[in-house]
Write a protein of this length. Structure first.
Lengths: 276, 465
């Protein structure tokens, strides 16, 4: 069997006297879409934060098979984990949490700017992502001028513009109505697993979870079930490569320094360490 | 069975019967008491009102000091003190406004909730007014203490050949009472004004839909005011009555400040647009967009420095030159030196007020954007980037305004400035030092708000959960 993309073992996390995670083991393979479910306080967000290096667990380890080899997240410094999150992972939060004074395209380009890309290239790449996610023509809108669903698509673009192949989403549809939720979930799945990338999503919405290939349920900080989702048959998820959007625009971005455009179906492959 | 039943209403107990009236005082206390809100929510407005009150009293004390003088130069100094007030009124009002807005805005969310729960407009308004006024009153009392403590320090300023002394700026108890009541009233009024948005739309208070635009109309109105002011000033020769003369001068000054208020935001927005086009890094981009988001707000913050910078250069250069000419007449030299001291004090005072407004405003801004900063941290944005963006969005307009107005002033008195550079280089150096000091002070107040940012990032559970 291949080295798993993400391997968490006996994760323990405490907040004072409360135990948020009580020995969680989880192995996530590349290309999976994993829904983490559970009631409020079951530890699902804590698990996401440990898996993504936002929090350092009190016990256990998380190993990430990055482009340059496997790293143990808990041995990295704050700065290194910050860089890992910026360059290898993508994040989508419940309420977009975009910078309100920036335009859609500037928000999406932000991770690239932080990694030192020239602004014009960064915005061109971001614009290609926005177009692929159905936001063509809205690039210059400020976040306040977008609907909730549109803002969430900008967040999806921001999460992946840097070439991240592992996306973490925390209740990505939590603030949206059901019709918009379906659209946003479509966009999220198409742009991640649709091109062979990996998605880890925390949700309390059964409909969202049902569209993932795997559902992990937590109770009191422990995994109580780990089952295949309805989407594991790939009936509702587009096949890898079906998401051709940003790749179609790659002709305009081939000149970008440091970005291997041959690696992955779209922009993927800009590793967090090879990025500079 | 009985344990499962909901507690039965007890009609016999008069105290628990709903009266149909909302207990305003209790609601206000529930929302304001420590623990209900983060300490900063309550502490920040108090600090802001305290600083406003203290500065207001110091300025007032300084002006009263001149009006109590009886020597031959007294009328001249009295007029100059009025000009100083005209210069400082804008930054002082900004600071007061920031404090008032702060106390009103910090409770928007919870008041919106209160409204959604069915509180009437009257209840919401009353709760806010009671709360803001109470916070302002507490702050004003603290401000009086701050003023008393600072009196000996201010007393070190040299005037008329020696330090003015620790009691020189004592305003008397009546003025202090007036200022405290005034500050509390200001808070009450602005909380009513600031609340309209909450009352009108309980759900929409936080949404900023469109970036405001600054228009050319401002330039036109500005030009008209300049023309009127110039006409007034040029007819001053005919006026013989001193009172009217002073009135016209102060009026012309106020008009210039008003013109700056109209033209300033426009100039700032052009400056920010240039910056935006040239932005290469994330922090440059965010800071330029931040200024463009509201050039008016940026101007409100730093505009106070514009007029004082201009005056400091013009008057500072003029007095330095005069002083070097009248070296042998000591009383005349002293008079001129005093004027220059006054000019520089006014300049520094305006910087102090800007620094206070910046500190209060930035502390509030960081807390308001708590969720955003935490999420940016999670996405992997370094703290230094967030901090730099924040600092730049304040320092860039400030530098632009201070240096721009100073250069404009120097240009106006260009031959004089050149001559002074040769005749009295030391006094020009003093002016330059005052500028550097003022800028450093604002930068320092930004530095002081950095721990709030790092604290927000260190305790993310308070925001995103």
């Amino acid at each position: 069997m291949n080295t798993p993309l993400l391997h968490a073992s006996s994760l323990v996390l405490r907040y004072g006297s409360t135990t948020a995670l009580a020995g969680v083991d989880l192995v996530i393979q590349e290309g999976e879409s994993v829904a983490i479910m559970g009631a409020s306080g079951s530890g699902k967000t804590s698990l996401l934060h440990c898996l993504s290096g936002i929090l350092r667990p009190d016990g256990g380890f998380v190993r990430f098979a990055g482009p340059t080899g496997t790293v143990d997240l808990s041995t990295l410094s704050d700065g290194e984990r910050s860089r890992l999150r910026r360059e290898a992972f993508g994040f989508v939060f419940q309420q977009g949490l975009l910078v309100p004074e920036l335009t859609a395209v500037e928000n999406a380009a932000l991770p690239l700017l932080l990694s030192g890309y020239p602004r014009a290239d960064a915005e061109a790449r971001a614009a290609a992502w926005l177009a692929a996610l159905g936001l063509r023509g809205l690039e210059a809108r400020r976040i306040g001028e977008l609907s909730g669903g549109q803002a969430q698509r900008v967040a999806i673009a921001r999460a992946q513009v840097g070439g991240a192949t592992l996306i973490f989403a925390d209740e990505p549809t939590g603030a949206l109505d059901s019709a918009t939720s379906v659209d946003v979930m479509d966009a999220l799945l198409r742009s991640t697993t649709g091109q062979g990338h990996t998605l880890v999503v925390v949700t309390h919405d059964e409909k969202v979870a049902a569209r993932c290939s795997r559902i992990v349920r937590l109770t009191d900080g422990q995994v109580v079930s780990d089952s295949a989702g309805a989407a594991s048959s790939r009936s509702t998820v587009p096949a890898p490569g079906a998401f051709a959007g940003p790749a179609a625009a790659s002709t305009t971005t081939t000149a970008i320094a440091h970005v291997p455009t041959t690696d992955g179906p779209a922009f993927g492959g800009a590793g967090w360490e090879s990025g500079r | 069975m009985s344990t499962m039943a909901p507690p039965a209403p007890t009609p016999t107990s008069a105290s628990s019967r709903p009266t149909g009236r909302a207990p305003i005082a209790r609601l206000a206390w529930m929302l304001a008491r420590p623990g209900a809100a983060s300490p900063a929510t309550v502490a920040l407005p108090i600090v802001a009102f305290a600083v406003t009150t203290a500065l207001l009293l110091i300025v007032l004390g300084g002006v009263l000091m001149f009006w109590q003088r009886t020597d031959e130069n007294a009328p001249a100094f009295q007029m100059l003190s009025l000009l100083a007030i005209a210069l400082l009124i804008v930054p002082l009002a900004t600071l007061g406004g920031a404090a008032a807005r702060l106390s009103a805005r910090r409770r928007d969310d919870r008041l919106a909730t209160l409204r959604l729960l069915g509180a009437t407009t009257g209840t919401v308004t009353l709760v806010t007014v009671v709360e803001s006024t109470a916070l302002a009153f507490l702050g004003a009392i603290a401000g009086v203490v701050l003023y008393l403590v600072s009196m000996p320090l201010v007393g070190l300023i040299p005037f008329g050949g020696g330090p003015i002394g620790p009691t020189a700026i004592w305003t008397g108890p009546l003025a202090i009472l007036g200022v405290v009541v005034g500050v509390a009233l200001l808070a009450a009024v602005s909380s009513v004004v600031g609340l309209r948005a909450v009352v009108v739309s309980p759900l929409g208070v936080r949404l900023k839909q469109r970036a405001p635009h600054t228009s050319w109309v401002r330039l036109l109105v500005g030009a008209i005011i300049v023309a009127v002011a110039y006409a007034t000033l040029s007819s001053l020769g005919v006026i013989t009555d001193v009172a009217i003369l002073v009135g016209a001068l102060v009026g012309a000054f106020a008009a210039s400040v008003a013109v700056l208020g109209l033209v300033g935001p426009f100039a700032l927005s052009i400056f920010a647009k240039v910056r935006l086009r040239r932005a290469k890094t994330a922090e440059q981009l965010i800071s330029a967009r931040g200024i463009l988001e509201s050039p008016k707000a940026a101007w409100r913050l730093v505009g106070g420095v514009a007029m004082t910078s201009f005056v400091a250069v013009v008057a500072g250069t003029g007095t330095a030159l005069l002083e070097s000419f009248s070296a042998h007449s000591t009383s005349e030299a002293l008079f001129i030196a005093d004027i220059r001291t006054g000019v520089l004090i006014t300049l520094v005072a305006s910087f102090v007020m800007v620094a206070c407004s910046v500190g209060v405003g930035q502390a509030a801004a960081v807390l308001d954007r708590r969720d955003l900063y935490v999420s940016l941290d999670r996405v992997g944005m370094p703290v230094s980037t967030m901090d730099t963006a924040r600092v730049r969005s304040v320092m860039l307009p400030l530098l632009f305004v201070a240096i721009g107005s100073a250069l404009l002033g120097a240009l106006l008195v260009f031959p004089l400035a050149g001559l002074t550079l040769i005749m009295a280089p030391l006094s020009l150096l003093v002016i330059a030092i005052c500028f550097v000091l003022g800028l450093a002070l604002v930068r320092l107040s930004l530095l002081a708000t950095r721990p709030i940012l790092t604290n927000v990032l260190a305790h993310p559970e308070r925001s995103l959960g």
